[in-house]
Structure formats: structure tokens, C-alpha cells
Design a binder for this molecule. Structure first.
Ligand code: MRU
Length: 348
């Protein structure tokens, strides 16, 4: 099943509740766009392209939940929904990209509120369907970089769960595996939300791909002892100069990869590339509630002292000098990224 899916029977959005995996596979149903926004904030759904898909269908939910009788009234309700949805998480640009695209492409629909509702849903569905195809195209390009026998470090979760289906960096690994390449994945557990240990490992089990979970601080050891040939990760936003915002820990991983001459690739749909930002220092970085850090338990006990304080930065910026290539649906882009990225990003 897709991570996010429209249910035409009752005009609701269905989403896999990723907070519960791998213990429980549960699908939640949403009929209020405010609940969709909350689900994005709470990470029921996460991963940049999946967040984009959820926001797109969230707008369709808003269109059908509105009882507006005129096109103007409905547009007002949609604008309000955009304002709520776009605040759900700040770093993944796919969220605002999807909302802007729907509003732009439905701007001329003026026949009736129902025509506008249908147009919003149609565009949301297009975004979701395109995402799957885009992932497969990225995966084909990226798989050419993977050699038979490679051991690959992968950070966070970038698989089917992080997208509408298939995956970005993990999609590359899946496709290379399907091509018959013998691959082993070192799965960064990805503190503090453990997307690697919980979600990537769950997906790799389903695809029968060989892996070991490692704690994030083991990556340097595996790189410096020559046990890793590639490092792959996704991104939540890529600036025009190729600086990459991705899950916290990516920067340290890319530094260690560079120091050991191991290529590090970021795999992203072009909807994740934000050409309006010149460099990574302009990308908004999310800081989340500290209970995600302090809630860790070991042998049934909270690890940190009761009064401990903490910080919980959700993403970091990996400067372009540490990135060997950016894999997109339109091909692999190599440095200099400020010159080579803009031509692969479609205007619309
Ligand atoms: O906080 P998350 O789990 O939403 O972060 C996800 C990531 O950092 C992924 O690497 C990123 O979205 C790209 S993968 C599709």
C-alpha cells in the first residue's frame, strides 16, 4: 500500500501511522485538514516527498470538508488550509511546493465549487502518482552508481515510507538489488527518532536486502577501515549551490566519507531542490520537542536524569563540497552544482 492514499468512497486521506512501525502496521483515516497538519507535525507521515503527498491530499480533504457555496468562498477556505498545512514542518520544501503547485494549477477553475474541489483532488492525485514514477526514474539513474559487492551506509529512512512509494536513496538500493547486484547495507539507526532502526530495517526485511543496523557513531569506524564503498541519503531541501539539508547526522557522515574518499550521494526528486535559496544557511532547520531525546529508555529506565535539559535539532546542512553527486529523476548532477543543478529543475 502507498504511504499516503486518497479514499474516494468517503473523501478521506489514509496514511500509514509510521510512529507505530515496526511493532504495528496501522492505517489512519483523515477527514479534517487540521488533523492532517497535526499528523505531519507528529510524524505519523514523514520523509520529504511523503510530506508533500500528505499536504497535497490534505488540501483535497479541506476542499471536500468545506461547505462553501461559491468558488470564492471555497478559495478562501483553501487559502486558510494552505496557511495551516504549510506550517506543519519547516525544512522539507516538498510541503510548500505541493501546496503552491495545486493552488497555481487550479487558479483558473471558476465554474463551480464542485469543479474546484475536483480540480484540487485531481492535482493532488497527480502529485502522488508522479512521485512514484519519479522515484523509479531516480532509482534507475542512481543504481548505475552502485557496484556489485558494495557495502553502503544509508542514513535515516528514505524508502517507500518516506515517499508515496518506492523511495529515494533506499529506492536506489532496491533497484540495484533487483538488478541482481549483491549489496550489503549498514543502516544508521538515526537518533533520536530511529527512522533507520525502525523503518529502514523494516523495509529492507521486506525486500530481502542484506543489512546490519549500526549506531550512528559507528559509521566513522566502518568508513576508515575500508569496509564501505558508498554513502547514500536523501534530502529535505537542496539549495541552488548544492548544499543539502537532511536528517541530523548527515553532515558528520558526509565528513567522514570525504575524509576516507568514499563517495556520498544525495538522492532527491527535483521538487526537493529549492533554487530560490542560494545556499544551505538560508534553509530553515526544524528543532523539535526535547522529549524525543530525553525519552530514551534502557533496560526499562529513562537514561537521562529527571531534570536533564536537551536540544533536538532535526536536520543539518551538508555543504556541497562533501557531496559527490546529486541523483535526480533527470539524471545524476555533479559539481559545480550551482551551474549544473538549475538545468535539471523544471520551471513549474
Ligand atoms: O524527520 P524525517 O523522518 O521526516 O526526516 C526524513 C529525512 O531526513 C529523509 O532523509 C528525507 O526526507 C529525504 S528521504 C525521502
Amino acid at each position: 500500500m502507498r504511504t499516503v492514499k486518497w479514499n474516494q468512497n468517503n473523501y478521506t486521506l489514509e496514511m500509514i501511522d509510521q510512529r507505530l512501525l515496526p511493532v504495528e502496521f496501522k492505517v489512519n483515516e483523515y477527514s479534517d485538514y487540521r488533523d492532517v497538519a497535526q499528523a505531519i507535525s507528529d510524524m505519523v507521515v514523514r520523509g520529504a516527498p511523503a510530506i508533500g503527498g500528505a499536504a497535497a491530499f490534505g488540501l483535497a480533504v479541506a476542499a471536500y470538508q468545506s461547505d462553501a457555496q461559491t468558488v470564492d468562498e471555497l478559495r478562501e477556505d483553501l487559502n486558510q488550509a494552505v496557511r495551516v498545512l504549510e506550517k506543519a514542518r519547516p525544512t522539507a520544501v516538498n510541503l510548500s511546493w505541493a501546496l503552491k503547485r495545486i493552488m497555481r494549477r487550479t487558479a483558473d477553475v471558476a465554474d463551480s465549487p464542485d469543479a474546484l474541489r475536483e480540480a484540487v483532488l485531481e492535482e493532488a492525485q497527480k502529485i502522488a502518482d508522479e512521485d512514484v514514477q519519479i522515484n523509479k526514474n531516480m532509482a534507475r539513474h542512481g543504481a548505475e552508481l552502485i557496484d556489485d559487492g558494495d557495502t553502503i551506509i544509508h542514513h535515516c529512512n528514505t524508502g517507500a515510507l518516506a515517499t508515496v512509494d518506492w523511495g529515494t536513496a533506499l529506492g536506489v538500493i532496491r533497484t540495484a538489488h533487483e538488478q541482481g547486484k549483491d549489496i550489503h547495507v549498514l543502516v544508521d539507526e538515526t537518533r533520536p527518532r530511529l527512522q533507520g532502526a525502525r523503518l529502514t530495517a523494516w523495509e529492507l526485511d521486506r525486500y530481502n536486502i542484506s543489512y546490519d543496523i549500526i549506531s550512528d557513531n559507528m559509521a566513522g569506524h566502518f568508513l576508515s577501515t575500508g569496509q564501505v564503498q558508498k554513502v547514500v541519503f536523501g534530502a529535505d531541501r537542496v539549495a541552488a549551490n548544492g548544499d543539502v539539508a537532511n536528517k541530523i547526522g548527515t553532515y558528520m557522515l558526509a565528513l567522514a566519507a570525504k575524509d576516507n574518499d568514499v563517495p556520498a550521494y544525495s538522492v532527491v526528486p527535483t521538487s526537493t531542490i529549492d533554487l530560490s535559496l542560494a545556499s544551505g544557511d538560508q534553509i530553515p532547520i526544524e528543532e523539535r520537542a526535547v522529549d524525543e531525546v530525553l525519552g530514551l529508555t534502557l533496560m526499562g529506565q529513562k537514561v537521562a536524569p529527571e531534570q536533564a535539559s536537551a536540544r533536538n535539532i532535526a536536520f543539518d546542512i551538508t555543504p556541497n563540497r562533501l557531496i559527490s553527486g546529486i541523483v535526480t529523476e533527470n539524471g545524476v548532477v555533479y559539481p559545480p552544482f550551482d551551474v549544473n543543478l538549475p538545468p535539471v529543475v523544471p520551471e513549474d
